[in-house]
Design a protein around this ligand. Sequence first.
Ligand code: CP
Length: 319
Amino acid sequence: MSTELFDVGRLSETWTRRHLLDVESLSAEEITTILDSAVAFKDATSNCAQKLPILSGRTCANLFFEPSTRTRTSFSLAARRLGADTIDFSSSGSSLSKGETFIDTAKNIEAMGIDVVIVRHRTPGTAHLLAQKLNCSVINAGDGPHEHPTQGLLDILSIRERLGRVAGLTVALVGDIAHSRTARSNIWGLKALGAHVIVCGPSTLVSKRWEELGVEVAYDLDEILPRCDVLNLLRIQFERQSTRPFPSVREYALLYAMNRERLSRAKPDILILAPGPINRGVEITPDVADGAHSAILEQVTNGLAVRMAVLWLILGGNS
Ligand code: CP
């Protein structure tokens, strides 16, 4: 057994969970186990490029009721890199249009011999509901604005990888906090690991009540910028809003977009993250998105590693 695989096996010894439904309920030790396992998988698979068939005979089902590029693809690829079979379910073209309920759909997919369901749905709590209704494992791939645990974990892994630590860092989540499941998963994970978290954006998208989660609330990006080690730039989710939260996209970009001028006033080693999809020119300018401070594509690779780790821990880690 290679050193990296031995590490993965050792890391999984303390893992007891059958599901990954949120980051809120994870301990700092569990978060660290996932991150360390992801690093071991990166090392053992040449940066997630090679196969390591330790989940052969297992089957993973993607149940996506909302659009996705990164999450769905990387869960599928992570499962296949580990030798598992995968099926992809899309609500469009399914028998949901004939009146089948969401739960019946999930139970019918499970009856085909599924070991884990990876679910994305616009309704908060969907993954928790499926965990009660199904016998197989459930992973939350985003439930409305509630949580997106693997996104939060891959963001934190990207921070740890680039800056060498999480504890003691100041991390600002900037943008549409109100509708962001990524913000919530980041907040729980970053706080558990000892970071100081700031949520920043227009007052229509950042309530003062976020302070109740133990984070700092800010409305002026230029005021907090010199203190930040990391900026995580969140997309404005117009599709979840019935009214426009600010007068114009141009005004939002003037106040909150990360651009070359703001970069010149930030810490020299500031790290720029964005969960994607990014809107170039809205929350980030193209030169910053593609520049040396940005870890946007590293986040995608780390997503593959985190999802390998989560699948392994949930399906095989403690056996
Ligand atoms: N970041 C993220 O969840 O991307 P997708 O919506 O493309 O999966």
